[in-house]
Design a binder for this molecule. Sequence first.
Ligand code: SAM
Length: 217
Amino acid sequence: MNAPDFSSQRERMVRWQIERRGISTPRVLAAFRSVPRHCFVRREDWPDAYEDRPLPIGLGQTISQPYIVALMTDLLRLQGGETVLEIGTGSGYQAAILAVLAGQVHSIERHELLAEHARQALEALELRNVTVHTTDGSAGWPEAAPYGGILVTAAAPAVPGPLLEQLAEGGRLVLPVGPSGYQVLQVWQREGGAWTHEEIIPVAFVPLRGQYGWKEE
Ligand code: SAM
Protein backbone atom coordinates (compact mmCIF):
# COMPACT_ATOMS: atom_id res chain seq x y z
CA MET A 1 0.00 0.00 0.00
CA ASN A 2 1.32 3.50 -0.88
CA ALA A 3 1.99 5.92 2.03
CA PRO A 4 -0.57 8.78 2.04
CA ASP A 5 0.98 12.01 0.74
CA PHE A 6 -1.48 14.54 2.28
CA SER A 7 -0.70 17.03 -0.50
CA SER A 8 -4.25 18.40 -0.70
CA GLN A 9 -4.36 18.87 3.11
CA ARG A 10 -0.99 20.64 2.91
CA GLU A 11 -2.20 22.97 0.16
CA ARG A 12 -5.31 23.83 2.20
CA MET A 13 -3.09 24.54 5.25
CA VAL A 14 -0.93 26.95 3.22
CA ARG A 15 -3.88 28.77 1.64
CA TRP A 16 -6.30 29.01 4.55
CA GLN A 17 -4.09 29.14 7.62
CA ILE A 18 -0.98 30.93 6.33
CA GLU A 19 -1.70 32.99 3.18
CA ARG A 20 -5.16 34.10 4.33
CA ARG A 21 -3.61 35.45 7.56
CA GLY A 22 -1.30 37.71 5.57
CA ILE A 23 1.93 35.82 4.91
CA SER A 24 2.82 36.37 1.26
CA THR A 25 6.59 35.84 0.87
CA PRO A 26 6.78 33.40 -2.07
CA ARG A 27 9.88 31.53 -0.77
CA VAL A 28 8.24 31.01 2.63
CA LEU A 29 4.99 29.74 1.12
CA ALA A 30 6.93 27.40 -1.19
CA ALA A 31 8.82 25.97 1.79
CA PHE A 32 5.54 25.19 3.60
CA ARG A 33 4.20 23.54 0.41
CA SER A 34 7.32 21.38 0.12
CA VAL A 35 7.81 20.03 3.66
CA PRO A 36 5.49 17.13 4.65
CA ARG A 37 4.41 18.13 8.16
CA HIS A 38 2.92 14.69 8.93
CA CYS A 39 6.46 13.23 8.86
CA PHE A 40 7.15 15.20 12.07
CA VAL A 41 4.19 14.03 14.18
CA ARG A 42 3.34 10.66 15.70
CA ARG A 43 1.63 8.27 13.29
CA GLU A 44 -1.61 8.32 15.30
CA ASP A 45 -1.68 12.12 14.79
CA TRP A 46 -1.26 11.97 10.98
CA PRO A 47 -4.97 12.73 10.36
CA ASP A 48 -4.52 15.98 12.35
CA ALA A 49 -1.07 16.91 11.03
CA TYR A 50 -2.37 19.80 8.88
CA GLU A 51 -4.92 21.13 11.40
CA ASP A 52 -4.79 24.74 12.64
CA ARG A 53 -3.32 23.94 16.08
CA PRO A 54 -0.29 22.62 17.94
CA LEU A 55 0.02 18.84 18.47
CA PRO A 56 1.74 16.83 21.21
CA ILE A 57 5.11 15.28 20.33
CA GLY A 58 5.87 13.57 23.66
CA LEU A 59 7.64 14.59 26.90
CA GLY A 60 5.03 17.33 27.40
CA GLN A 61 6.27 19.23 24.30
CA THR A 62 4.45 20.32 21.15
CA ILE A 63 4.90 21.00 17.43
CA SER A 64 3.64 24.58 17.06
CA GLN A 65 0.55 25.69 15.11
CA PRO A 66 1.46 25.95 11.38
CA TYR A 67 0.64 29.68 11.22
CA ILE A 68 2.97 30.48 14.12
CA VAL A 69 5.80 28.49 12.48
CA ALA A 70 5.16 30.43 9.27
CA LEU A 71 4.99 33.82 11.01
CA MET A 72 8.26 33.25 12.90
CA THR A 73 9.95 32.03 9.72
CA ASP A 74 8.70 35.04 7.74
CA LEU A 75 9.92 37.46 10.43
CA LEU A 76 13.49 36.17 9.96
CA ARG A 77 13.46 37.58 6.38
CA LEU A 78 15.88 34.93 5.11
CA GLN A 79 17.29 35.53 1.62
CA GLY A 80 18.97 32.12 1.24
CA GLY A 81 22.47 30.97 2.12
CA GLU A 82 22.48 32.18 5.75
CA THR A 83 23.66 30.17 8.73
CA VAL A 84 20.68 29.93 11.06
CA LEU A 85 20.22 28.77 14.66
CA GLU A 86 17.04 27.28 16.10
CA ILE A 87 16.64 26.69 19.84
CA GLY A 88 14.00 24.04 20.59
CA THR A 89 14.17 21.42 17.81
CA GLY A 90 11.12 19.54 19.15
CA SER A 91 9.75 17.53 16.20
CA GLY A 92 12.24 18.99 13.69
CA TYR A 93 9.50 20.56 11.51
CA GLN A 94 10.64 24.16 11.97
CA ALA A 95 14.24 23.05 11.36
CA ALA A 96 13.12 21.41 8.09
CA ILE A 97 11.45 24.64 6.93
CA LEU A 98 14.63 26.58 7.79
CA ALA A 99 16.73 24.00 5.93
CA VAL A 100 14.78 24.76 2.75
CA LEU A 101 15.22 28.53 3.17
CA ALA A 102 18.77 28.92 4.55
CA GLY A 103 22.26 27.60 3.88
CA GLN A 104 23.14 25.81 7.12
CA VAL A 105 20.90 25.17 10.13
CA HIS A 106 22.01 24.37 13.68
CA SER A 107 19.12 23.29 15.90
CA ILE A 108 19.38 22.58 19.63
CA GLU A 109 17.09 20.35 21.70
CA ARG A 110 17.53 19.56 25.40
CA HIS A 111 15.72 16.18 25.23
CA GLU A 112 17.83 13.51 23.49
CA LEU A 113 14.73 11.42 22.61
CA LEU A 114 13.13 14.32 20.70
CA ALA A 115 16.46 15.26 19.11
CA GLU A 116 16.92 11.70 17.84
CA HIS A 117 13.39 11.49 16.37
CA ALA A 118 13.95 14.86 14.68
CA ARG A 119 17.30 13.70 13.22
CA GLN A 120 15.60 10.61 11.78
CA ALA A 121 12.76 12.63 10.21
CA LEU A 122 15.20 15.14 8.68
CA GLU A 123 17.41 12.34 7.38
CA ALA A 124 14.41 10.56 5.81
CA LEU A 125 13.66 13.76 3.87
CA GLU A 126 17.35 14.08 2.90
CA LEU A 127 17.64 17.51 4.53
CA ARG A 128 21.37 17.24 5.11
CA ASN A 129 22.10 20.90 5.89
CA VAL A 130 20.66 20.62 9.44
CA THR A 131 22.68 19.57 12.48
CA VAL A 132 20.70 18.76 15.63
CA HIS A 133 22.64 19.19 18.89
CA THR A 134 21.47 17.89 22.27
CA THR A 135 22.22 20.37 25.04
CA ASP A 136 20.87 23.47 26.80
CA GLY A 137 20.49 25.95 23.92
CA SER A 138 19.46 28.95 26.02
CA ALA A 139 22.95 30.46 25.61
CA GLY A 140 22.98 29.68 21.87
CA TRP A 141 25.67 27.80 19.95
CA PRO A 142 28.73 30.08 19.73
CA GLU A 143 30.68 27.47 17.74
CA ALA A 144 28.84 28.32 14.50
CA ALA A 145 28.12 32.05 15.15
CA PRO A 146 27.50 34.61 13.78
CA TYR A 147 23.99 33.79 12.54
CA GLY A 148 21.90 35.53 9.92
CA GLY A 149 18.84 34.42 11.89
CA ILE A 150 18.06 32.91 15.29
CA LEU A 151 14.67 31.40 16.19
CA VAL A 152 13.73 30.39 19.73
CA THR A 153 10.66 28.15 19.81
CA ALA A 154 10.15 28.16 23.61
CA ALA A 155 9.35 31.19 25.79
CA ALA A 156 12.26 32.90 27.60
CA PRO A 157 11.97 35.04 30.77
CA ALA A 158 13.92 37.78 28.93
CA VAL A 159 15.98 37.97 25.76
CA PRO A 160 19.20 35.99 26.42
CA GLY A 161 22.21 38.30 25.95
CA PRO A 162 24.39 35.61 24.30
CA LEU A 163 21.82 35.24 21.51
CA LEU A 164 22.04 38.96 20.71
CA GLU A 165 25.85 38.64 20.65
CA GLN A 166 25.66 35.68 18.23
CA LEU A 167 23.66 37.63 15.61
CA ALA A 168 25.51 38.70 12.46
CA GLU A 169 25.28 42.34 11.35
CA GLY A 170 21.74 42.70 9.94
CA GLY A 171 20.73 39.37 11.52
CA ARG A 172 17.35 38.90 13.19
CA LEU A 173 16.37 37.06 16.39
CA VAL A 174 12.73 35.95 16.76
CA LEU A 175 11.56 34.67 20.13
CA PRO A 176 8.62 34.53 22.54
CA VAL A 177 9.26 36.28 25.86
CA GLY A 178 7.24 36.00 29.06
CA PRO A 179 5.66 33.62 31.56
CA SER A 180 2.90 31.11 30.80
CA GLY A 181 -0.25 33.02 29.78
CA TYR A 182 1.55 36.34 29.06
CA GLN A 183 4.04 35.93 26.24
CA VAL A 184 4.82 38.27 23.37
CA LEU A 185 6.61 37.39 20.13
CA GLN A 186 9.61 39.73 19.81
CA VAL A 187 11.98 40.47 16.90
CA TRP A 188 15.49 41.80 17.56
CA GLN A 189 17.76 43.08 14.78
CA ARG A 190 21.47 43.86 14.95
CA GLU A 191 22.35 47.04 13.07
CA GLY A 192 25.59 49.01 13.25
CA GLY A 193 26.67 47.45 16.54
CA ALA A 194 23.31 48.14 18.23
CA TRP A 195 20.04 46.22 18.51
CA THR A 196 16.51 47.38 17.75
CA HIS A 197 13.44 45.42 18.73
CA GLU A 198 9.71 45.26 18.12
CA GLU A 199 6.81 43.32 19.60
CA ILE A 200 4.56 41.40 17.19
CA ILE A 201 1.65 39.45 18.77
CA PRO A 202 0.72 37.61 21.98
CA VAL A 203 1.64 33.90 21.79
CA ALA A 204 1.56 30.72 23.93
CA PHE A 205 4.71 28.56 24.00
CA VAL A 206 6.16 25.95 26.34
CA PRO A 207 8.89 27.41 28.59
CA LEU A 208 12.55 27.73 27.61
CA ARG A 209 14.54 25.95 30.33
CA GLY A 210 18.24 26.13 31.15
CA GLN A 211 20.78 28.80 32.05
CA TYR A 212 18.91 31.72 30.39
CA GLY A 213 15.48 30.08 30.69
CA TRP A 214 12.94 29.40 33.41
CA LYS A 215 14.06 27.23 36.32
CA GLU A 216 12.64 23.67 36.47
CA GLU A 217 9.45 23.49 38.62
N1 SAM B 1 10.37 23.94 16.89
C1 SAM B 1 9.67 22.76 17.32
C2 SAM B 1 9.02 22.01 16.18
O1 SAM B 1 9.13 22.44 15.03
O2 SAM B 1 8.42 20.96 16.47
C3 SAM B 1 8.69 23.02 18.43
C4 SAM B 1 9.38 23.28 19.69
S1 SAM B 1 8.51 23.06 21.19
C5 SAM B 1 7.28 24.30 21.11
C6 SAM B 1 9.79 23.73 22.25
C7 SAM B 1 11.00 22.84 22.40
O3 SAM B 1 12.01 23.57 23.11
C8 SAM B 1 10.75 21.57 23.21
O4 SAM B 1 11.08 20.44 22.46
C9 SAM B 1 11.69 21.73 24.42
O5 SAM B 1 12.22 20.50 24.89
C10 SAM B 1 12.75 22.65 23.86
N2 SAM B 1 13.55 23.38 24.85
C11 SAM B 1 13.13 24.04 25.96
N3 SAM B 1 14.18 24.61 26.58
C12 SAM B 1 15.29 24.32 25.85
C13 SAM B 1 16.67 24.63 25.97
N4 SAM B 1 17.16 25.37 26.99
N5 SAM B 1 17.52 24.16 25.04
C14 SAM B 1 17.07 23.40 24.01
N6 SAM B 1 15.76 23.06 23.83
C15 SAM B 1 14.88 23.54 24.74
